[in-house]
Design a protein. Structure first.
Lengths: 267, 70
């Protein structure tokens, strides 16, 4: 299997729980990379801290496992020094939007060419189930034993408002669609955001009585609809999937290079 | 028979990697897979496999590979 050529097989079986969606995100990501025919030496994966961030240990690219919430800051450094490399930044929902919220907003605003994948399991899984900015009102966590009073972000609206030039959402049930979206996000020149609804049966699922991983995937199947579809028209309350934003805007590392040429008088 | 239809060969399973979550078993459109006594996936009805590879794509443990000849 060509996909296995991109793995560090010596670290398998991986550390994620049985039925964790993060493994499926890794699976779809590798299929996207394989379809694009990218050389593993041309890819840099930068991750922060959390269950999601462990993904960088399992891929045989150039990888950096960095500080909590700071993956995009490290990735910005990589991209500015080696703009020819493909930069992938998988993050958890807490990693990207709580601790790393400001880095996320400004990376989107700058439109720096990298692919941010937000593996949204709605919880801090690794530390035992504390609520995150995507847990949502009324849901339960160890730090929300009577139900969460915080409302959640809409990642698509947030990324769009911050200026990301590619914004998409999919789930770990819709694997063919997910691999295709990640492929397009990687190809897009600019800051790409892919939100992936990824089940955490151990912490979020158990505390919210959502059942097994299989049942959580059934929920993704039933509660999401393709953007601009007949199904979406008929069900305004269901979660939209698909590509929400895909537009061109000057890219940061490219603009910076141009400015250096201007300042040094090189043509 | 369409000439494009792939021919099924086998399911290759990394038994050490499989954690028995049952996602592949539940979502297989042809009900080909089952968990064995050790809670590892196996092809119980391989003759029904249509090579859609959805088990391979959905597996969170990257433990399944469907071998087909195109």
């Amino acid at each position: 299997m060509p996909v296995r050529d991109y793995l560090r097989e010596r670290f398998f079986p991986h550390m994620w729980c049985p039925g964790c969606g993060h493994g499926t995100v890794l699976n779809a990501l590798l299929r996207a990379v394989e379809k694009l025919g990218l050389d593993k030496n041309d890819i840099v994966m930068v991750s922060g801290i959390g269950c999601s961030a462990r993904i960088s240990g399992y891929v045989d690219f150039h990888t950096m496992h960095t500080l909590h919430g700071r993956a995009l800051a490290f990735a910005t450094g990589v991209k500015m020094s080696r703009p020819e490399l493909t930069v992938l930044v998988p993050m958890g929902d807490g990693d990207a939007l709580a601790i790393g919220g400001n880095h996320f907003l400004h990376a989107a605003r700058r439109n720096i060419d990298m692919t941010a994948i937000i593996m949204n399991n709605r919880i801090y899984g690794m530390t035992g189930g504390q609520f995150s900015p995507l847990t949502g009102y009324g849901c339960f966590g160890t730090t929300a034993p009577y139900g969460n009073v915080d409302h959640d972000f809409d990642v698509v609206e947030l990324s769009t408002a911050a200026g990301a030039t590619f914004v998409a959402r999919s789930t770990t049930y819709h694997v063919i669609e997910l691999a295709d979206i990640i492929k397009k996000a990687i190809t897009h020149k600019g800051f790409s955001v892919v939100e992936v609804l990824s089940q955490c049966p151990t912490n979020f699922g158990r505390r919210n009585q959502l059942g097994s991983a299989v049942e959580m995937l059934e929920t993704y199947k039933k509660q999401t609809v393709p953007l601009n579809s007949k199904a979406a028209q008929d069900a305004p309350d269901k979660i939209r999937r698909g590509i929400f934003v895909e537009k061109e805007r000057p890219e940061y590392s490219n603009e910076y290079k141009k400015m250096i040429r201007t300042a040094t008088g090189e043509s | 028979m369409s000439k494009d239809k792939p021919t099924y060969k086998e399911h290759r399973v990394e038994r050490e990697w499989c954690k028995g979550c049952g996602i592949c078993v539940h979502f297989c459109p042809k009900n080909v897979l089952a968990l064995d006594q050790e809670q590892k996936v196996m092809a119980a009805r391989p003759e029904d496999c249509i090579c859609c590879r959805l088990c391979e794509y959905r597996c969170p443990d990257l433990a399944i590979e469907v071998i087909c000849e195109d």
